[in-house]
Ligand binder design. Structure first.
Ligand code: GDP
Ligand code: CA
Length: 319
């Protein structure tokens, strides 16, 4: 099973699925997905990380833009803007908006977030089952250096993470519980793979749901992570602005030490860094985490599948 957020997780799961299909195993993939950057906008519930994974696995995502659906138009968003019913800086394509309308209508009828994931996941053959980390609403708010507090999407999309952040807060997370699907996935997991997702606002909030970290450790499965940092930079995105806020260097070894070694009260048994970071291997190993340097760029089906193989090999070495 995989724990992760949006784009980094989507590509990683697509690689894992590719590998499992090529090796003709009937191993199932569960994905526990971050819901902490979900947002209410224009009366609709948006779930960006879930939808990135859904569209990617369904072959429906717009690879050029990096978000939304292939072949959609901005006509509806344009109209919403004319009505002043959506922020000018937030565009959603019309096909994507249909997903949000469906999600919102099911929530209004009383469905849980888990129910919504199941319904959205049943349309295409995804080759994976997506579970929300929690059914509770735990939207992330960002406290900024200039004393403001805003929704994560306002900080990320409107401000392009340009205002230094001092804290990320998930209101209500203290009372949240892991979803039943997440707990079941952990209980049957052979291996727990942390995707190369944003450690602060994607994987961080999943693990911060009370009971989740304990369930990961209790699963008995090796926990293997992949660095989202290659050669000291984030690839695709602005995760460095999030790491800075929690005082973690944008560095493959620093992120591993942030998750910590299982043997030292942390989470990780193994960690993969890029070939660009040979120096990180010894640092991470010294902390008690088995570490290998491998190709970390997920460019296409082959490179993504190879990364999944490397993670699974490390897991079986440690099992
Ligand atoms: P988001 O929710 O859409 O921002 O996506 P995630 O949280 O899943 O992941 C974002 C992170 O994925 C980025 O900050 C990158 O560091 C990482 N990432 C994206 N593409 C790659 C890749 O090809 N290889 C690796 N190792 N990391 C990647
Ligand atoms: Ca995200």
């Amino acid at each position: 099973m995989v724990i992760g957020g949006g784009v980094g997780c989507a590509r990683y799961v697509r690689g894992l699925r590719e590998h499992l299909r090529r090796s003709v195993t009937d191993a199932a993939i569960d994905v526990v997905v971050n819901t902490a950057d979900d947002w209410w906008v224009s009366g609709l519930r948006i779930s960006p990380d879930h939808d990135s994974i859904l569209y990617t696995l369904a072959g429906q995502n717009d690879d050029e833009r990096g978000w939304g659906r292939r072949g959609e138009s901005d006509r509806v968003s344009g109209e919403l803007r004319e009505w002043d019913a959506t922020p000018a800086w937030f565009t959603l394509g019309d096909l994507d908006l249909a997903t949000h309308i469906a999600r919102t209508s099911w929530l209004r009828e009383g469905a849980s977030v888990s129910d919504v994931f199941a319904r959205l996941g049943s349309r295409w053959d995804l080759g994976a089952t997506l579970h929300p980390a929690t059914d509770a609403e735990i939207d992330t708010h960002v406290a900024t250096e200039d004393g403001r507090r805003m929704h994560f999407q306002e900080w990320w999309v409107r401000e392009r993470a340009g205002i230094p952040a001092v804290r990320f807060e998930q209101d209500g997370i203290g009372a949240a519980r892991p979803s039943a699907g997440a707990l079941e996935a952990l209980a049957r997991a052979d291996v727990v793979l942390l995707a190369p997702s944003n450690p602060v606002v994607s994987i961080g909030p999943v693990l911060a749901v009370p009971g989740m970290r304990e369930a990961v450790l209790a699963s008995g499965a090796p926990v293997i992570g992949v660095s989202p940092i290659i050669g000291g930079s984030v690839v695709r995105g602005m995760a460095d602005a999030c790491l800075a806020a929690i005082g973690v260097e944008t560095d493959a070894a620093a992120v591993a030490l942030h998750y910590g070694a299982r043997t030292a009260g942390g989470l990780l048994d193994g960690w993969l860094v890029g070939e660009e970071d040979p120096g990180a291997v010894a640092k991470v190993a010294a902390a008690g985490i088995a570490c290998r340097a491998v190709p970390l760029w997920m460019r296409d089906a082959d490179t993504s599948a190879a990364l999944a193989v490397d993670a699974l090999s490390l897991a079986s070495e440690l099992a």
